[in-house]
Every structure is written in structure tokens, then in C-alpha cells.
Design a binder for this molecule. Structure first.
Ligand code: ZN
Length: 97
């Protein structure tokens, strides 16, 4: 059975990619609407459990029902060092008293 880590679930939840089919989804939803409605109605509320309180198991079970053996992670953009701020704190030519 698929083992899911909390950090992966949090990452996936926050993303806009469905972990079951790879299509777009609403951030904060576990699956896209298509996958969500493929699940049995009694199963859907279990996806609103809290992490560490059955959520991981519910998602793993849902993946089985959707016949997905792989939990698709959102694409992570390559980490960039971020914009560097050249120069000093003060603008050139600024006169300090
Ligand atoms: Zn989906």
C-alpha cells in the first residue's frame, strides 16, 4: 500500500496539481473535482480529516480506489538564490549629516 508522508501531503494540498491524475485542482483540496467525485460518497468526508488523525490513511485509500499506485507530487521549480540587492543600504550620492 502507498505510504504517504505528511510533508508530501501538505505540499500537495497547497499545490494546484491533483496527486492522482496530475490535472489542475484547487489548492487546499486533496484531489481535483473529477477524482473527488469518483470516490464513493461515504469516502469523501474522510478527506477532511486532520493530518495525523487519519488523513494520510484516507488519502492512501482514496488513491487505491482511484487505482493510482503513485502519488504525483507537484513540480517544484528549481530553487533560485532569489533576487540579489546590489549596492549598499543608502542610495549613491546620499548625503548623511
Ligand atoms: Zn484528479
Amino acid at each position: 500500500m502507498l505510504t504517504l508522508e505528511s510533508k508530501d501531503l501538505i505540499h500537495s494540498l497547497a499545490s494546484g496539481r491533483c496527486p492522482a491524475c496530475g490535472k489542475g485542482k484547487q489548492p487546499r483540496n486533496t484531489f481535483c473535482a473529477g477524482c473527488y467525485y469518483k470516490l464513493p460518497a461515504r469516502m469523501r468526508p474522510t478527506l477532511y480529516r486532520r493530518l495525523g488523525n487519519g488523513y494520510e490513511e484516507s488519502v492512501a485509500q482514496a488513491m487505491q480506489i482511484l487505482k493510482r499506485s503513485e502519488f504525483l507530487m507537484p513540480q517544484v521549480p528549481p530553487s533560485s538564490p532569489g533576487p540579489s540587492v546590489p549596492g549598499s543600504l543608502f542610495a549613491p550620492g546620499e548625503v548623511r549629516p
